[in-house]
Design a protein around this ligand. Structure first.
Ligand SMILES: C[S@@+](CC[C@H](N)C(=O)[O-])C[C@H]1O[C@@H](n2cnc3c(N)ncnc32)[C@H](O)[C@@H]1O
Length: 441
């Protein structure tokens, strides 16, 4: 029975409430709708499906194209359409480069062990159930490339070496974007140019052509992670963006932009968020940490206005493109830290207008100034909190949303009450799960 499923550690307070945690905000917690996960329609592999024989010679015809637009799942049996996508569901994988179990320093895979314990090895990952074949294929060819390159890989960040991570992104149509991260060390611009040409040639005309990449990016990076502003993603060849169709929107995704790693699961997640917001045509929807803006844009036709805030510039540009392409005119997106932008943005709004906030922070949770701003802005009665990791800072966020007013912490408005928690399993075969929490006051 689907309802018996429970991922361990989802709700850290479920077994034991943190100190100072009152019953006040618990409401009807844990009203999980586990069946949502089960009903996800299969969106993958449609291209490779054979057409049913009774449809006759439709190949490439107008009829077939119409069938693809109106009934895109027509090639699958109905049982297949209803199957959840539990294998190869990731649309993005980031592979490391380091010593494998056989000691070869040019191994592309995932880390096992810890640096602290000195037992770290990099293990090829093509057997993992959540990684699609295409991602493993690109990783394998990157390894082939590295093993024939005279340049060393960058194993320990400050000890030299060049070749670093590989990120592979795919969409439902099978388009593939690869991003190679490279430590430039002391190479001159000409030497860098040579390396870029060699890797480009490998994936266009060399053995790597088997990967059929839609685009290849190269990022020179002297830090663990660099944004596009810190070190631009350089397009070596192909299409600069990847696109996804979701909730009737065509969405643009740049290399630096976050996108939920399970596309079919994301659709389910966003539908859940949409239902819980309860927005109507009088509501302003605040989409905080909005990434490419999908949550707000998918609800735009039901709200008076969508206001998105996002740190990553490329993601904001994607959100603006997606709004324009889909003819959405009641949205605006702000680039920067939510803790800096939100207080000013709320000041400019009339207190009378109903505002619904959706927050979907990264693992580090929300800055306390974001919590303060939401808590103290009385027109916000509904808050939907989407969390991939409800531990640490996010737990503190929840406590500060729900604790009694505390002038010392400048938490003045009425406390929120947690009404409902819906888990949406974006990560089959792992203990992780997205949680959607509905708070009202
Ligand atoms: C988990 S993602 C969610 C994105 C989006 N809601 C979605 O579903 O695609 C979190 C987003 O928060 C952004 N972010 C991280 N820190 C931020 C901050 N201080 N202010 C605004 N956005 C931030 C990240 O760049 C990332 O796009």
């Amino acid at each position: 029975m689907a309802g018996l499923f429970f991922k361990p550690g989802l709700l850290p307070w479920y077994a034991r409430n943190p100190p100072g945690w009152s019953q006040l905000f618990l409401g009807t917690v844990c009203k999980g709708d586990f069946t949502r996960v089960i009903a996800t329609k299969c969106q993958k592999g449609q291209k490779s499906q054979k057409k049913p024989s009774h449809l006759g010679p439709l190949d490439g015809s107008w009829q077939e194209r119409l069938a693809d637009v109106v009934t895109p799942l027509w090639r699958l049996s109905y049982e297949e359409q209803l199957k959840p996508v539990i294998n190869g569901y990731r649309n993005k994988s980031t592979f490391s480069v380091n010593r494998g179990p056989d000691g070869n320093p040019k191994t592309v895979g995932f880390y096992l062990g810890t640096w602290r314990d000195g037992n770290m090895v990099c293990v090829q990952s093509n057997h993992l159930k959540n990684i699609p074949e295409k991602h493993s294929q690109v990783a394998q060819y990157y390894e082939v490339f590295l093993r024939q390159s005279p340049l060393e890989p960058c194993l320990v960040f400050h000890e030299g070496g060049y070749w670093r991570e590989l990120t592979v992104r795919t969409n439902s149509q099978g388009h593939t974007m690869a991003i190679i991260t490279f430590h430039p060390q002391n190479l001159s611009q000409e030497e860098l140019h040579v390396q870029k040409e060699i890797v480009k040639e490998f994936f266009i005309r060399g053995p790597g052509a088997a990967c059929d990449l839609t685009s290849l990016y190269f990022q020179e990076s002297t830090m663990t992670r660099c944004s596009h502003q810190q070190s631009p993603y350089q397009l070596l060849f192909g299409e600069p963006y990847i696109f996804e169709e979701l909730l009737s929107l065509k969405i643009r995704i740049s290399p630096d932009a976050f996108f939920q790693i399970n596309t079919a699961g994301a659709e389910m997640l966003y539908r859940t968020v949409g239902e819980l917001t309860g927005v109507n045509s009088d509501t302003i929807l605040l989409d905080i940490c909005c990434g490419t803006g999908v949550i707000g844009l998918s609800l735009s036709q039901h709200t008076s206005r969508v206001l998105g805030i996002e740190l990553v510039e490329q993601a904001v540009e994607d959100a603006r493109w997606t709004a324009a392409f889909n003819g959405i005119t009641n949205s605006e997106f702000h680039t920067g830290r939510a803790e800096k932008i939100l207080p000013g943005l709320l000041k400019s709004k009339e207190d009378g207008q109903s505002i619904v906030a959706v927050v979907n922070p990264a693992r580090a949770g929300l800055h306390y100034k974001v919590i303060q701003a939401i808590r103290n802005f009385r027109a916000i009665h509904t808050l939907v909190f989407v969390s991939c990791k409800l531990h640490g800072e996010s737990t503190r966020n929840v406590i500060e949303l729900c604790c009694p007013p505390d002038p010392a912490k400048k938490l003045l408005g009425e406390p929120f009450v947690l009404q409902q928690v819906v888990p949406v399993d974006l990560f089959p075969h792992t203990p992780h799960c997205e949680l959607v929490l509905l708070f009202t006051r």
